[in-house]
Design a binder for this molecule. Structure first.
Ligand SMILES: C[C@](O)(CO)[C@H](O)COP(=O)(O)OP(=O)(O)OC[C@H]1O[C@@H](n2ccc(N)nc2=O)[C@H](O)[C@@H]1O
Ligand SMILES: Nc1ncnc2c1ncn2[C@@H]1O[C@H](COP(=O)(O)OP(=O)(O)OP(=O)(O)O)[C@@H](O)[C@H]1O
Length: 301
């Protein structure tokens, strides 16, 4: 994992991480994603927006561990502050899988968050996907990925890609996925200390909803922007300011906002150029550096 452990990063050191889980318990990653571009190309009858986007997994993850219970009880052992346990996407994913599969087993879930919440990095969706992938095995359900993805879609539009497991070009609301082989890349991700609700940004009157659809090949040639970005910058000016800073940095092949924000990224083909920019982040900004993954770490679990 290429995250530099200094003042500005959100990375836990491994000793702290070990103390968060009961000893001997296997832990599982739930990586963050970046939307390398995001076009809003239409709207469904139910109000959901039709998108085109590219999902890239990065080596910056939450971690989870699970202990199966025989009594059917599902419990998050270290609940997130400000989030009722019933609303935690891990709890919701486990309950959905238990109820739909007809299993009567339960589970204790240990969750360590590292991915900023509500930042456009898909942390909650990734936690849900890792819960579904792992419990599918631990509870002996053994559904195939396609079936798990359909279940995941009920929890959120971003859940299916984390179960799919490949970097992907996505259409529909994010559930029509085409595998993409992306070149190695390193990212400086800035994490502005503001929250923008996904629902609020999609509800905004000024949002462009009719971007002309592109072909995958156009994205490979470098096309693509994020239609949600100007709306987010209007709601939270810090987004535009920090984006400007990233755009001024040398050596980057792409700069943008991920998902519904507010996290921002700059992509670099070389780790050394990313590191140079990471080290220049001013003291009043925060962020981390991570490597783009070739695939989800649980793809073959
Ligand atoms: C912006 C992205 O992060 C791009 O990857 C996703 O499309 C958002 O996915 P997500 O966080 O899983 O979002 P959801 O929990 O499914 O949706 C939250 C709310 O955002 C709005 N929403 C979401 C996705 C979408 N394609 N159109 C929408 O209009 C809906 O009002 C929905 O109630
Ligand atoms: N395990 C979880 N981790 C993070 N958020 C969770 C979790 N469970 C439920 N949530 C809720 O889901 C909301 C969105 O979380 P998440 O961190 O996935 O946002 P996001 O990165 O903006 O997502 P996206 O990119 O999919 O829009 C949070 O604000 C929180 O209320």
């Amino acid at each position: 994992m290429l995250v530099i452990d200094i003042r500005k990063t959100l990375k836990l050191n491994s000793e702290v991480e070990a103390s968060l889980f009961p000893s001997g318990l296997q832990t599982f990653p739930a990586p963050a994603k970046l939307n390398l571009f995001l076009h809003v190309v239409g709207r469904r009858a139910d109000g959901y927006h039709l998108l085109q986007t590219t999902f890239r997994f990065i080596d910056f993850s939450d971690r989870l561990a699970f202990t199966v219970r025989s009594d059917g009880i599902i419990k998050v052992m270290n609940p997130l502050s400000d989030l009722p346990e019933v609303d935690n996407l891990c709890t919701r994913a486990a309950k959905l899988l238990r109820d739909r599969s007809g299993k009567t087993l339960g589970v204790e879930i240990y969750l360590h968050k590292q991915i900023p919440m509500g930042g456009g990095l898909g942390g909650g969706s990734s936690d849900a996907a890792t819960t579904l992938i792992v419990l599918n095995r631990l509870w002996g359900i053994n559904w195939d990925r396609a079936r798990l993805m359909m279940l995941g879609l009920e929890l959120g539009a971003d859940v299916p890609v984390f179960i799919y497991g490949e970097n992907a070009f996505a259409e529909g609301v994010g559930e029509k996925l085409t595998q993409l082989a992306l070149p190695p890349a390193w990212y400086v991700v800035l994490t502005p200390p503001v929250h923008i609700l996904t629902a609020d940004i999609f509800a905004c009157k000024e949002l462009t909803r009719n971007t002309i659809p592109i072909k995958i090949s156009a994205f490979s040639m470098g096309a693509g922007h994020n239609d949600l970005e100007p709306v987010a910058a209007r709601m939270q000016p810090i987004v535009g300011d920090w984006l400007q800073w990233l755009k001024q940095q040398p050596g980057t092949s792409k700069v943008g906002m991920s998902g519904s924000g507010a996290c921002l990224f700059a992509e670099f083909p070389e780790a050394s150029s990313a590191l140079k920019v990471f080290e220049r982040i001013p003291v009043d900004m925060c962020g981390f550096m991570a490597k783009g993954l070739a695939e989800h770490p649980l793809l073959h679990f």
